[in-house]
Design a protein. Sequence first.
Length: 394
Amino acid sequence: MKIKLNAGREKSLLRRHPWIFAGAINSVDEPSVASGSTVDLISSEGHFLARASYSPISQIRARVWTFNDEPVDKEFFRRKIKAAIALRNTQNVTRNSNAYRLIHAESDGIPGLIVDRYDNVLVLQSLTAGTEFWKETIADLLVEETGVQNIYERSDADVRELEGLKPVTGILRGTITNLQLPITEYGLRFEVNIATGHKTGFYLDQRVNRHHVGEFAKDRDVLNCFCYTGGFSIHALAGGAKSVLSVDSSADALVLGKENVTLNNLPAEKATWLEGDVFLLLRKFRDENRSFDMIILDPPKFAPTAAHAEKASRAYKDINLLAFKLLRHGGMLFTYSCSGGIDAALFQKIVASAALDAGTEATIIEHLSQGSDHPVSLHFPEGAYLKGLVCVKG
């Protein structure tokens, strides 16, 4: 099956970007190409460009498997999985944790596939028509190449709707008797619910940044906003924080956060857990003249695409402005954005604008990103989705 592109629309493929949008397509040589099937992408002059998966519904019509004229079959995916495993071995990702990202979609050459490893369980997310088409084959290969017998599927992200796919969750391979799993991270223990937790159960991309918070937390009063199950809070307590106030809208997440304090034998009297809307609570704290030595802002994805950037920018500015007002002089702000529609330069401008409106001086002492187990292909800059700044208030 061949898809011919409009003249000039092959430029992104020549730069090895893996996406082809609907507007770039001139013709399809078969009237009904099955969702997820493999197609050849051809230039307007008839030259082979790449081999890709096809989605007849998504605006991203084709996602490139390979830029070489090679078969896309079981052995193709075996090579990709082996390469992903080898890369994590090179990074020695298990030196600080037994939970990490094993396959990071486009950046590991398998667009739409996320695989996270939680000790002896793999959690798989199939997000596109192409990975759905090959899912059973990929699951078999994961068992063969990792030796892990248990795979749980969390293909329930909203983006599947754009591919015409329904949410799917449940055991894909093996036998998993307990869906709440214990993991370790820099010597700390966490309980992770792979069935109901955010993403695949835990924010593995923030592992190094959580540890970093712990390194600066000693004797500080800490406010952790959008705390989820308390990853940053646990590291802050372990780092010797004077107090940690953790805020989230999910009561269930806060319960698990409290359990994580107990699990690590940390001082529960230094930890306060508050359910509520972060935006409203930050205003309440401001009105009460409360202040903190360290504030962590790790909100959900306000802007999944560039189309949402304007509205999201206002939300990011709002919480960062309030954080600067609540921060004591010399205090540290760890602020993040995981929104694909907000790039690093725009995020820094938003935080700078927030500091200006708060009437404060602030200095960036570090730029942070996702962990190395979430690699970024040079040809797919969209893979660098997590942006972080560490600011010190003057």
